[in-house]
Design a protein around this ligand. Sequence first.
Ligand SMILES: Cc1cc2nc3c(=O)[nH]c(=O)nc-3n(C[C@H](O)[C@H](O)[C@H](O)COP(=O)(O)O)c2cc1C
Length: 273
Amino acid sequence: MKILIAFFSATGNTKKIATVIKNKLKELDVDVTSLDITSYSSRQRELIINEYDGIFFGFPIYSMRAPRICREWLQRIDGKGKKCSVFFTYGGFGKDPAHYYIKQLLDVHNFKLVSSAEFVSAHTFNYSGWLAAENRPNKSDYNIAEEYTVKTINKFISNEPYEPIEYDKPLYSSDQLDQAEKYRFHVITKLPTRDSDSCSMCGLCENICPTKAMDAKKGIADIESCIACFRCIANCPEQVLHTNDISHTWEQKLEFHKATKEGIDKMVSKIYI
Ligand SMILES: Cc1cc2nc3c(=O)[nH]c(=O)nc-3n(C[C@H](O)[C@H](O)[C@H](O)COP(=O)(O)O)c2cc1C
């Protein structure tokens, strides 16, 4: 059995779960290949789906769905009836639509979704002052990732007829979620910007930007193409890239979702199978 793990990970959380899955598959003697689709160039290459018997897709949740650039990447692939699974990492808010809408998309593109999972992980916007799930994913999340791997590989191997998972229809339509996507730039009003003289001009921020939005010379991301994934901020060796401080919006965020910091920190990662 040949398995592909294709994942997008701007700040490393999704990659951590992808690594646990990969190691578990190796332990099970499964032939596994990883494909990191975070960079712009990796998403331009054609994916030869025929080579694989099953695929794990890993995405962070952005505005309650898989990131738009990942959905666009998926839309270019014909699943050829292959079995697949999707795992998400997220910062503790609004994750249900992600499962429902990715299932819809995968159906249209001829994949058979046999399972999905969500893993609580530090919110990207913690880099700018939020405090969501700061120490996640942790050992408990990794244990659930291992359990998810075993259950999913059994589904990949099984000869039983395919039974699609039924996810609850979310409260929000795709159009409403398209609108919600704009929320990030109401909060992040200053795009990743160099605000110190100690930059060595290594150019890493520009090289690793998933959407080619960062201009290392100018020291600022382009407003049209930046998706606020914070890959540049998280990976800057001199830590000279920042946005505006959004710590004052943290309480409002909790209030809007009727959540507490303690509640989010205690949330449990979950498998759908
Ligand atoms: C633009 C953007 C939107 C996000 N939207 C959500 C969201 O709707 N719900 C949530 O819980 N986390 C949200 N997050 C947090 C990420 O899902 C979370 O931090 C994820 O683990 C990041 O994965 P990575 O480290 O692999 O990039 C968002 C992050 C970004 C950058």
